[in-house]
Design a protein around this ligand. Structure first.
Ligand SMILES: Cc1cc2nc3c(=O)[nH]c(=O)nc-3n(C[C@H](O)[C@H](O)[C@H](O)COP(=O)(O)OP(=O)(O)OC[C@H]3O[C@@H](n4cnc5c(N)ncnc54)[C@H](O)[C@@H]3O)c2cc1C
Length: 484
């Protein structure tokens, strides 16, 4: 049986950053991911905002981590060579109730130590965001806010962890964990390994993983939300992240000018327990359109290129055989045992705090193991693949001269070449699905949403993996996966 110091379960943002943080110590660590790629679940469908920290309750772990994370996010992205836009955010309101809440958030932000917060008049808001409804009453400006691409971040963290000695096993769903006295025997597929300690980052399944070895303490209730994505043609319509604080209680609108140049609208919030993953409902989309009409009526909705669903993991304490009345508001770091730590139900701002949370749990486990620091740890990660769109004309011409595959455009909307797709498949954590290629290269993310390039990507994937095109099949409606 293989032996490790740490088994990390789950390869979402949190698992990838936990593995990276473990590499700062001299430990043998392995990450087990159930899916065919990392960042394929919650970390794939979210709002992608880097929060400043004025929303969080003062004194909470969430508040402290968010403020620290926002301050250092640019450095983190530079280290990992991922795109980040510190575009700032403005939270807007249209009446007195919203205004009261903005003032409360301003005070809360000051208490949390958020830098640069400023209350703006309606006129000042319109100077920042001229396309908003002229009825806007006031705004809270937060320059620390920004936006990044969650899977780009997760892939880079995973790549950096591997470069520093961490290991990742995909298609490795953990089905059983047994206490072996001082450690654990972890079963995945038809294999087993022994680990002195476990970090549980299994997202939606984190409570189930914890209950494989311990009595239930926290359970997850799923709720859902929907988004619209607008094409890059509408990208300049919003310059900052816009949060809308509604007059009545409930979920307002969020608008995000994404790093890729699209505008993200949403999410809605379905209140009931929802097991049907990632569905989109006409009711949610209607709500979004109504909110757009109130907040930014001239937004060119004819540029909608897709809608998608997301699922929130809401953690509740298990009490008297049932669940606590209220969900747990702070990040839930459950120390099941000194050598078993679970991150359960981490939702917003989990992306912002992924590096902080990863480090938090990795340091706990390293302290338990008495592990020495890894003096060779290198936090810097250079993106191994080209992004031809970012090259100058001359650089591109040289690339094509050296390898004509870079001159063969597969995705016309995003101008992604065959050469880039091949790199994405062959890379150290190479794509095995059409979705994986999409997230690594952007092919399929443009206006036609893969209408032109999907068949081409399937052909390249099949050829690179030495399989027939017919073996690239649809995987539960989520992505095309190669089946050998
Ligand atoms: C709707 C929504 C919007 C959000 N918006 C923001 C935002 O704007 N800004 C922000 O900072 N944060 C945001 N977040 C929070 C952020 O997206 C999450 O905190 C973060 O992505 C959680 O990552 P994770 O690693 O816990 O989960 P996941 O990404 O789901 O990763 C868990 C992994 O565990 C794997 N797994 C499950 N079971 C097993 C098993 N048995 N064996 C092995 N592997 C297993 C899964 O396949 C999955 O890959 C948002 C969250 C939601 C839901």
């Amino acid at each position: 049986m293989e032996e490790y110091d740490v088994a990390v379960i789950g390869g979402g943002l949190l698992g990838c950053f936990a593995l990276r943080a473990l590499a700062r110590h001299r430990v043998r660590a392995l990450l087990l991911e159930a899916r065919e790629d990392v960042c394929s679940e919650i970390s794939r469908a979210n709002t992608a905002i880097v929060y400043a920290g004025y929303d969080m309750k003062p004194g909470s772990l969430k508040a402290a981590m968010t403020v620290r994370a926002a301050r250092s996010f640019e450095t983190l992205c530079r280290e990992l060579d991922v795109r980040y836009s510190q575009c700032g955010a403005v939270m807007v309101c249209f009446g007195e109730n919203g205004y009261q809440r903005l003032q409360k958030k301003l005070r809360q932000g000051a208490e949390n130590g958020v830098a640069g917060l400023k209350l703006l008049s309606g006129r000042e808001v319109l100077e920042l965001e001229p396309n908003l409804s002229p009825n806007v009453r006031a705004g809270l400006y937060a320059p620390q806010c920004g936006t990044a691409i969650p899977w780009e971040l997760g892939l880079a963290a995973a790549g950096n962890a591997i470069a520093n000695g961490g290991k990742i096993r995909l298609n490795a769903a953990v089905t059983d964990i047994r206490d072996s006295g001082g450690g654990y025997v972890v079963t995945y597929g038809n294999q087993r390994l022994s680990a002195k300690s476990v970090i549980n980052c299994a997202g939606m399944n984190a409570a189930k993983i914890s209950e494989m070895a311990f009595a239930p303490k926290v359970r997850i209730v799923r709720t859902a939300g929907n988004y619209y994505v607008l094409d890059t043609k509408a990208g300049a319509f919003v310059k900052h992240v816009v949060f809308h604080e509604p007059e009545k209680k409930g979920k307002g609108l969020t608008l995000v000018p994404s790093v890729g140049g699209n505008i993200l609208i949403g999410p809605t919030e379905r209140k009931y327990d929802c097991s049907d993953d990632y569905s989109v409902t006409s009711e949610d989309l209607r709500q979004l359109r109504e909110l757009v009409f109130e907040v930014i009526p001239s937004l060119p909705m004819e540029h909608i290129i897709r809608s998608f669903g997301a699922v929130r993991p809401n953690p509740y304490y298990v009490e008297n055989g049932g669940l606590s009345e209220k969900s747990i508001n702070d990040f839930c770091v459950l120390e099941n045992a000194p050598n078993f730590v679970s991150l359960i139900g981490v939702k917003t701002p989990g992306m912002t705090c992924s590096a902080e949370l990863g480090r938090h749990v990795a340091d706990k486990i390293a302290a338990y193991l008495g592990a020495a620091r890894n003096g060779n740890f290198n936090p810097a990660q250079r993106r191994s693949a080209h992004r031809a769109q970012e090259l100058t004309f001359d650089e591109r011409r040289q690339l094509v001269a050296a390898n004509p595959a870079y001159g063969s455009i597969a995705c016309r909307c995003r101008e992604v070449s065959e050469g880039e797709i091949i790199e994405a498949i062959r890379g150290p954590l190479g794509a095995a699905t059409v979705d994986g290629v999409k997230r690594r290269t952007g092919a399929g993310m443009g206006r036609c949403q893969g209408g032109f390039c999907q068949q081409r990507v399937i052909e390249i994937l099949a050829r690179e993996r030495g399989l027939s095109k017919a073996s690239v099949t649809k995987n539960g409606g989520k992505s095309y996966i190669l089946r050998s």
